[in-house]
Ligand binder design. Structure first.
Ligand SMILES: C[S@@+](CC[C@H](N)C(=O)[O-])C[C@H]1O[C@@H](n2cnc3c(N)ncnc32)[C@H](O)[C@@H]1O
Length: 247
C-alpha cells in the first residue's frame, strides 16, 4: 500500500469572517477565500448549488467535491443535512490531503460545536492516505462520506449522478487542468440533468471552457469582499457524452 505524501507546506490563517483557512506556502494559495472561509462555503457552495434548499426539503442529495482539502465544505454541508435530518451522500476527491491533525484544528475552530463530525472528517483524511478509496463511511444514518485520495483527472466518475458539484481546485494559474474543457466535460457527464456546479472562479478562460464542455454558466454576486462567483448547469442533453481516453 502506498502512503500518500501529506502536504506539509501549510499554515493556519484567519480569514476576515474569523474562520480559519490554510495557506499553502509553496504555491502561495489559500484553501478558501481570504474574505471568509465560512462565508464562501455557505454562499458559493451550499446556497448557490441549491444544496441548502434541497436538504431543507428533505430531498436525498448527492454532492461531489473536487479538491476536498481540509473537509470544511463537507462539515458545513453535513451540518445542514444533520440539522434537517436529510440524507446526504458526499464524495470528495483529494490528491494531496493536508495533515489530518492540522485539518482537525481548522475544523474545530470553524465548527466548534461539531466535535464528533470534525473528528470523523479528519479520521477519514487519515484513513484515505493509507487506502485511496475506503468506500462509503457513515457518520450517522443521514450522512455518508466517500473520500477518495486520488488525482481527480484520472478518477472515473459515474454518469448523471450528482445533484451538485463543488469545484474547489486551486487557482487556474496553479491548477489549470482542473479548469480545462476536457475535465469539465467529465464533470458535465457526471452531473444530473438538473444538477448545479458551483465555484469561486469566474475567469474568461474558465467560462469559455465551461461552454465548450456543454455547460451554461451564470455569474452571481460573491460573498463578503469577492465581487463575483459562478454556477453552471448542463446546457442540453444532446451533447456527446464524455469519452474517457482509451490506452
Ligand atoms: C482550494 S483547495 C480545497 C479546499 C477544500 N475544499 C477545503 O474545504 O478545505 C484545493 C485542493 O485541491 C487539491 N487538488 C489539486 N489538484 C488536484 C487533483 N488533480 N485531484 C484532486 N485534488 C486536487 C489540492 O491538494 C487542494 O487540497
Amino acid at each position: 500500500m502506498e502512503l500518500v505524501k501529506p502536504n506539509n507546506d501549510l499554515q493556519l490563517l484567519t480569514t476576515k469572517d474569523g474562520s480559519y483557512t490554510l495557506y499553502d506556502t509553496q504555491n502561495d494559495e489559500t484553501y478558501h477565500s481570504k474574505f471568509g472561509a465560512k462565508a464562501e462555503s455557505d454562499t458559493v457552495f451550499l446556497l448557490n448549488t441549491g444544496v441548502s434548499k434541497r436538504l431543507e426539503q428533505l430531498l436525498p442529495t448527492k454532492v461531489l467535491e473536487i479538491g476536498f482539502g481540509t473537509g470544511f465544505n463537507f462539515v458545513n454541508t453535513a451540518h445542514k443535512a444533520i440539522a434537517c435530518k436529510s440524507p446526504l451522500h458526499y464524495t470528495g476527491i483529494e490528491m494531496r490531503p493536508p495533515p489530518p491533525a492540522l485539518a482537525n484544528e481548522l475544523l474545530k475552530h470553524n465548527a466548534p460545536k461539531l466535535e464528533a463530525l470534525c473528528d470523523f472528517t479528519s479520521n477519514s483524511l487519515a484513513r484515505c492516505q493509507l487506502n485511496s478509496e475506503a468506500g462509503d463511511t457513515h457518520f450517522d444514518p443521514f450522512t455518508t462520506l466517500n473520500l477518495i485520495c486520488a488525482d481527480a483527472l484520472e478518477w472515473p466518475l459515474p454518469r448523471a449522478t450528482y445533484d451538485a458539484i463543488y469545484l474547489d481546485a486551486f487557482s487556474i494559474k496553479n491548477n489549470p487542468t482542473l479548469w480545462s474543457a476536457s475535465f469539465l466535460q467529465k464533470l458535465c457527464n457526471a452531473i444530473k440533468v438538473d444538477g448545479v456546479l458551483a465555484t469561486y472562479c469566474v475567469s474568461r478562460t474558465f467560462r469559455d471552457a465551461l461552454t465548450d464542455a456543454g455547460f451554461n454558466w451564470q455569474k452571481h454576486p460573491g460573498p463578503m469582499g469577492k465581487r463575483e462567483v459562478l454556477t453552471a448547469s448542463r446546457s442540453n442533453l444532446l451533447k456527446p457524452a464524455y469519452q474517457p481516453e482509451t490506452t
